[in-house]
Ligand binder design. Structure first.
Ligand SMILES: CC(=O)N[C@@H]1[C@@H](O)[C@H](O)[C@@H](CO)O[C@@H]1[C@H](OP(=O)([O-])OP(=O)(O)OC[C@H]1O[C@@H](n2cnc3c(N)ncnc32)[C@H](OP(=O)(O)O)[C@@H]1O)[C@H]1O[C@@H]([n+]2cccc(C(N)=O)c2)[C@H](O)[C@@H]1O
Ligand SMILES: *[C@@H]1O[C@H](CO)[C@@H](O)[C@H](O)[C@H]1NC(C)=O
Length: 399
């Protein structure tokens, strides 16, 4: 933390001197960018990156990698938003992460830095972060795998970043483009004390319960809401991959680690939070009915889900009788030492009941300063445009 603050200060002081003498062209301190994973978010990110006018942009896009192909063109950066796709599809080289690491590391110099954007959801790619960071390559990603997985991998990432000074940024892993991690980091770094973070962290779960539970005693059946969510492309192909709550558990792990491993975090919140071995250590209450666990296909799962509609209906009726709605939330509570994900009830006039629409996320920070009324962040928590904005925003933090 202190060293990254120092390095960003150092950077802002030295940059005017570097720029002097090259008045005519782009900033002389440049950032070469490599993108791995060109799906929805990756493509949108590339388009946003290339929309920065090249005369002022400190970025040069030098490499693209999909699951089957790779291009590396440091001498002729990619500049065209209309042709990068065909450049990649015509490439004949297969992805080779060892080679990419060496090739990128060779480009690093006092005036040239390198950032790698992982826009995959791949565990293998996430496993490369320590090597990339060690080689001096900055890593930016919306992929939650590395930061919420095995603690051993996360510790390697921290150590590699410390050793080389290369940075890893993760804003878009929680709430996509919403400023959740940066807000949390700033609260902690300025000495505020986190009492509780609570929120609707999954766009899919948000949509499902916004539709299913409005405060009324009746409404559409749970299985019909899940089916519609799947048709609209809001769920994973297999809805159980959303209903298991793991996505929320991963996001909570990232928040928890961000608090407990921050050097400026008060020692009490650092010690009271559980040290999570991985997202699997988060107390997570799955919404998958027991008899449907392990069903291999999404279609079969959905065809049997109506057998459990009565159970969900009963919960909705009970909540309604108390003047409440059901929401699938995540909680990080340093006071109680608790990190958990599951279904909770909230009064019909609570922001989780009144202000959510579509697949919005909402995150409440209860802190010593923001008390009794919490700091609230709300908005679209998924979608290529906002996620790519979170990634590009991280990249801009390096300049
Ligand atoms: C900027 C950007 O492109 N972001 C995307 C993001 O939109 C997308 O959801 C995730 C999912 O993988 O990737 C970045 C991730 O999500 P998305 O783009 O939605 O997924 P995708 O369309 O399936 O694209 C993934 C591409 O990765 C490639 N891939 C897979 N495995 C590899 C390996 N080993 N090497 C190289 N490429 C690899 C696939 O390539 P092809 O098979 O097509 O060649 C796919 O194209 C990323 O972002 C997270 N996310 C966070 C928050 C919000 C969102 C969202 N979409 O709203 C996504 C996802 O969890 C994921 O980790
Ligand atoms: C997220 O990134 C920030 C750096 O911006 C870092 O301080 C924090 O520890 C990271 N957290 C996780 C879990 O990756």
């Amino acid at each position: 933390m202190a060293s990254s603050l120092l390095s960003s200060l150092r950077h802002s002081f030295t940059r005017p001197f570097l720029v002097r003498g090259t008045m005519s062209s782009a900033p002389s301190s440049q950032m070469l960018v490599a993108v791995v994973g060109v799906g929805l978010v990756g493509s949108e990110f590339i388009n946003q990156l290339l929309s920065i006018p090249s005369e002022t942009s400190p970025f040069r896009l030098v490499s693209l990698t999909s699951s089957t192909r790779t291009v590396f063109t440091p001498n002729q950066p990619i500049t065209s938003a209309s042709s990068w796709k065909s450049t990649l599809s015509q490439a004949t080289e297969k992805p080779d992460y060892q080679k990419l690491t060496t090739d990128l590391a060779k480009l690093i110099s006092p005036s040239t830095r390198v950032a790698l954007i992982d826009n995959t959801s791949s565990d293998d790619v996430a496993g490369m972060y320590p090597r990339w960071l060690k080689a001096g390559i900055n890593v930016i990603t919306p992929n939650k795998k590395a930061y919420s997985g095995d603690l051993g991998l996360y510790e390697k990432i921290l150590a590699a970043s410390k050793e080389s000074g290369a940075r890893f940024l993760n804003e878009s892993t929680v709430g996509a483009g919403l400023p959740v991690i940066s807000t949390l980091k700033e609260l902690v770094a300025t000495g505020d004390k986190i009492k509780k973070i609570e929120g609707v962290f999954s766009g899919t779960m948000s949509y499902i319960f916004n539709e299913f539970s409005t405060g009324a005693a009746d409404g559409p059946s749970f299985s019909s809401v899940v089916s519609i969510a799947r048709e609209k492309g809001y769920t994973e192909p297999h809805p159980a991959d959303d209903l298991n709550g793991f996505d929320v558990a991963r996001k909570l792990t990232i928040l928890c680690r961000t608090i407990s491993l921050s050097p400026s975090s008060s020692s009490s919140s650092r010690t009271s939070l559980p040290s999570l071995q991985s997202f699997a250590s988060v107390q997570t209450t799955s919404l998958i009915p027991k008899p449907l666990e392990g069903i291999p296909t999404g279609d079969e799962f959905l065809s049997r889900l109506p057998e459990f509609d009565a159970d969900f209906d009963k919960m909705r009726k009970e909540a309604s009788a108390e003047g409440k709605v059901l929401r699938f939330v995540g909680v990080v509570d340093p006071v109680k030492g608790e990190v958990k994900a599951g279904l909770e009830k909230y009064p019909v006039n609570h922001p989780f009941a009144t202000s959510l629409g579509g697949s919005d996320n909402i995150i409440m920070f209860h802190t010593e300063r923001y008390s009794p009324r919490p700091l609230i962040i709300q908005g679209a928590g998924a979608g290529a445009a906002v996620t790519a904005m979170g990634v590009l925003g991280d990249l801009l933090k390096l300049i």
